[in-house]
Design a binder for this molecule. Structure first.
Ligand code: PEP
Ligand code: MN
Length: 340
């Protein structure tokens, strides 16, 4: 499968756009239209698209034709020169926006989540995280409250006016995630679960796609390409550390992924500081770096009492620690003129 990118001249008419689209369809190609602030770009997808290059060059409204040689196409910067900004009822992710994704590793009870949401929303955090279906290495560890957990999240999210994000592990849970959450997380372990990606192509929700801990950036962008290819263009990437020989940290945070992904792709990118480090003592310093490097958000696990957390307490900040981290980040964001 190939993709040819046709950049149209500025201010082309609707009729011209239709002409290009119809020509592509007559040749039996698929079309993906992308309208940026300045440019309209038509992606022509199919076998041997380049054999038809001259037919498109002959059209007056065509400014340039670009070959995308990278394996990922629709998520590439060539295809969509402007940053993608995902708008969830006014909460914007991407471009010059920064958001915190904060909350516990797992939803444990209504009381815990009410306390969390009350505190986080009072600071100004707009997105609440919490696992209900937990991927745990051992089957004997706490694996989450399931549907009950999603219901608790939804309830406190609505009560405190926060958007909620939770991880979906199986296509069997598609309907309940569509019903309850605002953002669906795909965890590191499922980044290449292609049936899950295909299914989420038909989701109406933005997908928060974590990088697999043994995945290259190219594999990660190809996983995002699956979502696009199957119809969902609301994708947020999340760097959450990769496995290396280093043992002092749970994973190795690949900070270079942030500017690199921004060169390669138009998608927003967030950094998860809890799972990448596995250590709460590193999070406050690294949060400053995440803001400065130009990420679109930080995910941080926060717990009212990390010592008593049912999972990942060692990498969760308590409320006082999070408040300080949040306030420091705000200062840097302000200096960089990023909207938070
Ligand atoms: C999580 O965010 O709850 C989680 C399990 O993260 P990851 O998939 O990155 O390990
Ligand atoms: Mn966790």
């Amino acid at each position: 499968m190939m993709i040819m990118i046709i950049v149209l001249k500025p201010h082309v008419s609707e009729e011209d756009v239709k002409k290009v689209v119809n020509l592509a369809k007559n040749f039996g190609f698929d079309v993906n239209l992308s309208r940026g602030a300045e440019k309209t770009i038509v992606g022509i997808i199919g076998e041997n698209v380049y054999e038809r290059r001259e037919n498109f060059e002959a059209l007056d409204c065509v400014e340039e034709i670009i070959a995308v040689l990278k394996p990922f196409k629709l998520v590439s910067r060539e295809f969509h020169p402007d940053d993608t900004i995902i708008d969830i009822d006014g909460v914007k992710i991407g471009g010059k926006h920064f958001e915190f994704f904060a909350g516990p590793c797992a939803v444990e009870s209504m009381e815990q989540m009410d306390e969390e949401a009350s505190f986080l929303s009072s600071l100004g955090v707009k997105i609440l995280r919490g696992g209900a279906f937990k991927p745990r290495t051992s089957p004997y560890s706490f694996r989450g409250l399931g549907l009950e957990g999603l219901k608790i999240l939804r309830k406190v999210g609505d009560k405190y006016g926060m958007k909620i994000i939770s991880e979906m592990m199986s296509v069997d849970d598609f309907d309940i995630f569509e019903e309850y959450v605002d953002i669906i997380q795909i965890g590191a372990r499922n980044m290449q679960n292609f049936r899950l990606l295909e299914k989420l192509g038909s989701s109406s929700k933005p997908i928060f796609l974590k990088r697999g801990f043994m995945s290259t950036i190219e594999e990660w962008l190809l996983a995002a390409e699956y979502l696009f290819h199957h119809g969902n263009e609301k994708v947020i990437l999340c760097e959450r550390g990769i496995r290396t020989f280093e043992k002092y940290t749970r994973n190795t945070l690949d900070m270079s992924a942030v500017p690199l992904v921004k060169i390669l792709s138009h998608l927003p990118i967030v950094v998860d500081l809890s799972h990448s480090t596995g250590r709460r003592d590193l999070i406050p310093s690294l949060a400053k770096a995440v803001v400065a490097v130009g990420a679109n958000g930080a995910m941080i696990e926060v717990h009212p009492n990390p010592e008593k957390a049912l999972s990942d307490g060692q990498q969760s900040l308590n409320f006082a620690e999070f408040e300080e981290t949040y306030k420091n980040s705000m200062k840097i964001l302000k200096a960089l003129e990023v909207t938070a």
